[in-house]
Design a protein around this ligand. Structure first.
Ligand code: AMP
Length: 439
């Protein structure tokens, strides 16, 4: 399908698509929209950045438009569950953009903000309710929300919802729904427990997958710098000397780590702000707006805070610390290389993180090129080591499925020998070029 017109979507939706500049369906849209228009349940294996939101929003909106009914009081015709408030807000915004001018009632419900406005929106009745499971459960328990009129249930980023411990709220919410409904289930990964949940909640689903699930990963240039933990902050500041790092998301493992890193960057003259679960909604929104608007060059985030954030033009993702769970690497790098652009991912890896790095390489089936900065003492370049590092770091093997266990793997990546490292200092620009040159 190389145009949206073949789907038979209601005319106002085609008009909205034209206005948004979506000329062609993305692969997940091409695969998912036709069965969804026929009323099928669907399991979609796709991550953020693939266009999955429009893949589920368009057929749902088509139904709302062609089968208009009053919005049910205290409830909604469509319930979308999302792991984070940022993602929930973005999904609601996509529904609004795609139904521009149609007067549908769309609201978001999530924690960390007062209940009042949400209660009023629910009481008035909604066409589309996008919610995080915890707060929706509060409203159910308080008798404010009733879900007996739900026609569509969308579970988005199910893997993340389960990581966040939302399984019980999800089951509880599903018990409130009518048996007859259309179910849409999206997850970036599909381990056994998630597949089992899909089997439990869905009826004869069609499965669509945009594997290699990590399409953006193919367009990302990956690099790893081996470095002592204590030197990471200086190295990070040094990376920012490269003017190519225009809009950078820096990932840390902890909230405090995010604050510390943002402070260190600020002190070094790099405008940065942190977002994580301890920040108020207002602080998060201001930080995101400043980053989107280019006032801050770096957004320092934890995995959960960054999940689902849709910001175009992120030039680099820097993993200040590697994630504990390899899948999170894929989610992190999905923040760059969006909408067809290229992007770079730089990971700072200390000795303790070598196992995490190996897990990432196993999952992505990539040999990530490495530069050894351990023991780096001064700015004097040492060509010997640079050569050693280049020779020892095989080019990544792009264009391979993340989920193709049968594919042979290239030789193990090797970093330069620890004992073999006079004061080599890779300038940040050089780091970028070095990686590019090798591919
Ligand atoms: P998603 O995976 O739903 O988060 O979408 C990622 C980005 O792609 C969003 O910024 C969408 O606005 C954009 N997008 C979705 N579908 C299309 C399309 N068919 N053509 C162009 N951009 C799209």
């Amino acid at each position: 399908m190389d145009s949206f017109h073949g789907f038979g979507l209601a005319a106002p939706l085609n008009a909205a698509l034209a206005k948004l500049g979506y000329a062609r369906p993305t692969p997940i849209q091409a695969q998912a929209i036709p069965p969804l228009m026929k009323g099928r349940d669907l399991v979609g294996i796709a991550q953020t950045g693939t266009g999955k939101t429009a893949a589920f929003a368009l057929p749902i909106l088509h139904r709302l438009v062609t089968d208009r009914r009053p919005a049910p009081r205290s409830g909604a015709r469509v319930l979308v569950l999302s792991p984070t408030r940022e993602l929930a807000s973005q999904i609601a915004q996509s529904f609004r953009d795609l139904s521009d001018g149609l007067g549908l009632k769309i609201a978001v419900v999530f924690g960390g903000v007062p209940h009042g406005a949400q209660i009023r929106a629910l009481q008035a009745g909604l066409d589309v309710l996008v919610a995080t499971p915890g707060r929706l459960l509060d409203h159910l328990d308080a008798g404010v929300a009733r879900l007996g009129a739900v026609e569509f249930l969308v579970l988005d980023e199910v893997d993340q919802m389960l990581d966040l411990g939302f399984i019980k709220p999800i089951r509880r919410i599903v018990r409130e729904l009518p048996k007859r409904r259309q179910n849409l289930f999206f997850s970036a990964t599909m381990p056994t427990d998630i597949r089992a949940l899909a089997g439990e909640l869905l009826h004869d689903p069609i499965e669509v997958s945009v594997t290699p699930a990590a399409k953006p990963a193919d367009r990302v240039e990956h690099s790893v710098v081996l470095i002592e933990a204590a030197k990471k902050r200086d190295l990070l500041v040094e990376l920012f000397n490269d003017s190519e790092l225009t809009r950078v998301i820096v990932f840390t493992r902890t909230k405090h780590g995010a604050d510390r890193v943002a402070r260190a960057l600020d002190e070094a003259g790099v405008n940065a702000s942190a977002i994580h679960g301890n920040k108020s909604q207002g602080q998060r929104e201001r930080a995101l707006a400043a980053f989107r608007g280019g006032e801050t060059r770096a957004l320092v985030a934890t995995d959960i805070a960054a999940r689902g954030i849709d910001i175009d033009g992120v030039s680099h993702v820097v993993n200040f610390e590697l994630p504990e769970v390899a899948e999170a690497y894929v989610h992190r790098i999905g923040r760059t290389a969006r909408a067809g652009n290229a992007g770079q991912a730089i990971s700072l890896c200390d000795h303790e993180e070598r196992d995490l790095l190996r897990a990432i390489e196993r999952l992505t089936r990539l040999n990530l090129p490495k530069t050894d900065r351990r023991g780096a003492a001064g700015p004097r370049p040492a060509p010997l080591v640079r050569k050693a590092a280049s020779a020892a770091a095989p080019a990544p093997q792009p264009k391979r499925s993340f989920h193709a266990p049968h594919q042979a793997r290239g030789g193990r990546p090797v970093a330069s020998e620890p004992g073999h490292r006079p004061g080599f200092r890779t300038g940040p620009a050089r780091l970028g070029r070095e990686v590019k040159g090798r591919r």
